[in-house]
Ligand binder design. Structure first.
Ligand SMILES: [Zn+2]
Length: 315
């Protein structure tokens, strides 16, 4: 059976099961953590995260894909510790966020590709724990020089390793298009790519254009109601299922057990359902109520993740 890189070791794709395709165990910037010991409370965070992972497990979640990029503080030691304590299958990512780091502009593409390939083939931070997915992000900036470089890097790492790509977009700026354009120009099979944050819009025309190119789309921000409430997110998925696209969508929250962009209390007050439990507890029943069949729900939560990971192999 094909296996993929998991944080606790290889995962047989048949064992992926109910998979949340875009989540975060920890987002805490390396430079702030190093400069200020009080920036991140490791013990409190690990205790909280293990509780959240166990709660997800109780609800049938078998795998969490952690899409934290390197420059948002991806910490394989913390990811591994939480996965091990909760006995949860976790897939970690390699790749870069869209923030314009000076070194992204200044270094050759080949050198950056080599570093990311090392995360997948040899392991992250010298641990031997390997990345199983490639993250890249463009946000609102669209096809800038630096974003095109980031997309090219992700494409070349994918072509060298066969590991799938999963992206961060800004739907208001329809940034899925430029991602597909650069990937296609680099010879990437777009069915190996998840265009992320597509659930933030109700614009079926935009989503169907992305789907027509063969990519998966991530309906992956359940619980961020200030961008779009669950009811509307569910409505969009139900409409796309009716049009025959259940086999091209994956579900997730983009939830962070800790995110240092804002104070924790502020995040919890503003988005109380932004956690690994919201989909099994409320979204799945709401999808059923909206006419989505159990077969389609299984596709979106288990069948599609398996297909995304299973088709491996470099080009
Ligand atoms: Zn994310």
């Amino acid at each position: 059976m094909p296996t993929i890189n998991g944080v606790l070791g290889p995962i047989d794709t048949a064992d992926l099961g109910f998979t949340l395709m875009h989540e975060h165990i920890l987002i805490a910037q390396w430079s702030m953590r190093q400069a200020f010991a009080s920036w991140y409370d490791h013990d409190a965070h690990v205790a909280y995260t293990v509780g959240e992972l166990l709660a997800a497990k109780e609800r049938g979640v078998k795998t969490i894909v952690d899409l934290t990029p390197i420059n948002l503080g991806r910490d394989i030691h913390v990811i591994h510790e939480c996965a091990e304590k909760a006995e949860m299958q976790v897939v970690a990512a390699t790749g870069f966020y869209w923030t314009e780091e000076p070194w992204i502009l200044g270094w050759e593409i080949d050198r950056l590709v080599e570093l990311l390939v090392g995360d997948i083939e040899r392991g992250i931070q010298g641990t031997g724990r390997k990345a199983g997915i490639i993250k890249c992000a463009t946000d609102h900036l669209g096809g800038t020089e630096i974003n095109r470089k980031l997309l090219t890097i992700a494409a070349r790492v994918h072509r060298a390793t066969g590991v799938p790509i999963s992206t961060h977009t800004s739907v208001q700026h329809e940034s899925g298009y430029v991602q597909q354009e650069v990937f296609e120009a680099e010879g990437v099979d777009l069915s190996r790519v998840v265009i992320g944050h597509c659930g933030d819009t109700e614009d079926l025309d935009y989503l169907e254009k992305l789907l027509a190119k063969g990519s998966f789309i991530g309906m992956d921000r359940f619980g961020i109601d200030m961008i779009l409430p669950t009811k509307q997110r569910v409505g969009t998925i139900a409409a796309l299922c009716e049009r025959g696209s259940a086999e091209r969508m994956v579900l997730s929250h983009d939830a962070c057990c800790h995110i240092d962009f804002f104070p924790n209390e502020m995040v919890k007050a503003a988005a109380p359902k932004w956690n690994f439990r919201h989909i099994p507890d409320e979204v799945v029943p709401a999808l059923r109520e909206a006419g989505v069949s159990d077969g389609q729900i299984d596709e979106m939560t288990a069948g599609n993740p398996r297909r995304i990971f299973e088709r491996q192999g470099a080009y």
